[in-house]
Design a protein around this ligand. Structure first.
Ligand code: SDX
Length: 437
């Protein structure tokens, strides 16, 4: 039998050699703890700020190849899923691991649909926000508030209880999102219409006024379904890392999703799509693009919607979104922001500064102008990211809960603070100057 691959590590401090097994192209960090300088030494650790080269888990959900621009959900290429599936079909795939049969999908859609309503007390909770509260802050708080409604949510080790919370969260996040929008406009809430598809119902809850039934343009509901599919999961991104970490303490899935959404709200992560639109508005016209790009190259700000920790060639989702945006613009009419975005992309893709740093349009670059053309306000963009990503967070959460290798997440540190020192009574203390710190 072939000898399993291993890493031979020689410690120059002790001259000792260690044979560390290699599994799936990685070594187990705990296998390094045997490397010690002396008997009292704690043992070797790895130091990896922002986890740039650390695998925190084994996962079978999403595969990304950043150099080849590959993204697959449970082995299926994102391009095929975006073209041929509905969002709920992809949600089933991510959570269950297989594409649903017709019967499975019908039952799944029925189960999710019957969890779209919010408890009336939750609506009152939402009414407590100021009229101009940011929808993402309202979304995060209201999802967390659901933790106070469902006592069984804490039974995270019970598969049936987990499934009930999964259905509740997937069913309710569009309702919460729509309510935050209606609240900001002082409009009455629109109750879910369970005869509509997931995305058509969401648009109904956003935009129905006094007509008997809101009828969304089919090209726009299809475009939103595609956007939801593209945003559903993305392996161990910042917010998913939070979902796994908070969930690892066996906190309930409502507060875990709220924590993950809080991470997503950052401008370097899911908040980027709102920042892209602000950036395009500041640029104003395609003629101003060269001057703006010059400022970025001089270190004044970033090109929002560009760059990615994993994709170093192109984000496959950006290509699909660009195509979907063109379908939307055909319905909604020519879009000045699109002109600015196309010019910015053309210039940046040919500029050595961005090429050298492997900065290409990411998922957020085109989604913002597409959402705006569809009638969404920029403040709602990150909420639109959180709705589908709730499925990915939940799929990753349940995979973590049942993973025998996982336990409560608790990283180590490299201590750089003061060595032990004697306590100083307050009357003997002098002002510590910054130099002395
Ligand atoms: C998402 O992880 C995921 O999968 C996330 C996501 C998902 O689906 O969950 O894909 C969603 O978050 C997409 C990214 C959205 N964010 C943005 O568009 C914000 C702008 N982009 C950046 O802030 C940045 O590119 C990140 C945060 C996305 C990635 O940052 P990294 O990998 O830590 O790269 P870095 O910050 O170390 O940058 C490397 C160099 C630096 O220059 P130098 O200091 O070496 O000179 O590139 C520069 C950076 O200054 N740089 C940029 C830039 N992004 C990086 N310069 C200008 N414009 C940018 N957008």
């Amino acid at each position: 039998m072939a000898t399993p691959p291993s890493l031979l590590i020689q410690d120059s401090r002790t001259r000792r050699v260690f044979d560390v097994p290699i599994h799936n192209g990685t070594i187990r960090a705990m296998d390094l703890r045997q490397i010690k300088e002396g008997p009292d030494d704690f043992g070797m650790m790895t130091y990896d700020p922002a986890f740039q080269n650390t695998a925190s888990c084994r996962s079978a959900i999403t595969y990304i190849d950043g150099d080849k621009g590959i993204l697959r959900y449970r082995g299926y290429p994102i391009e095929q899923l975006a073209e041929q599936c509905s969002f709920l079909e992809v949600a089933y795939l991510l959570l269950e691991g297989e594409l649903p049969t017709q019967a499975h999908l019908a039952h799944w859609r029925d189960e999710v649909t019957h969890h779209t309503m919010l408890h009336e007390t939750t609506k009152k909770f939402l009414e407590g926000f100021r009229y101009d509260a940011h929808p993402m802050a309202m979304f995060i708080s209201t999802v967390a508030a659901l933790s106070s409604v469902y006592d069984d949510a804490r039974n995270v080790l019970d598969p049936a209880a987990r499934r009930r919370q999964v259905l509740r969260l997937i069913g309710k996040v569009p309702t919460i999102a729509a309510y935050t929008y209606r609240h900001s406009l002082g409009l009455p809430y629109v109750y879910p219409d369970n005869d509509l598809s997931y995305t058509a119902n969401f648009m109904n809850m956003l935009w129905k006024m006094v007509e008997p039934r809101y009828v969304a343009h089919p090209a726009l509901t299809k475009a939103l379904d595609i956007l939801f599919i593209l945003h559903a999961d993305h392996e161990q991104n910042c917010s998913t890392n939070v979902m796994r970490s908070v969930g690892s303490s066996q906190a309930d899935p409502f507060v875990s999703v709220a924590a993950a959404a809080a991470a997503l709200s950052g401008p370097l992560h899911g908040g980027a799509n709102e920042e892209v639109l602000k950036m395009l508005a500041v640029i104003g016209s395609k003629d101003n693009v060269p001057a703006y790009v010059k400022q970025v190259k001089e270190g004044h700000g970033k090109l929002m919607g560009f760059g990615h920790r994993v994709y170093k060639n192109f984000d496959p989702r950006a290509r699909i979104i660009k195509w979907a945006a063109e379908q939307v613009f055909e319905v909604t009419g020519p879009n000045r922001m699109q002109e600015v975005a196309l010019e910015l992309e053309r210039i940046a893709l040919n500029d050595e500064y961005f090429i050298q740093r492997k900065l290409y349009p990411n998922v957020d670059f085109y989604s913002g102008i597409m959402y705006q053309a569809m009638g969404f306000q920029p403040e709602l963009f990150t909420v639109l990211f959180a709705i589908p990503r709730t499925v990915g967070w939940l799929a990753q959460w349940q995979e973590m809960i049942v993973d025998p290798e996982q336990k409560i997440a608790r990283p180590r540190q490299v201590y750089t603070g003061a060595p032990e020192r004697e306590f100083v009574p307050i009357e003997m203390r002098t002002l510590v100057t910054s130099a002395a710190r």
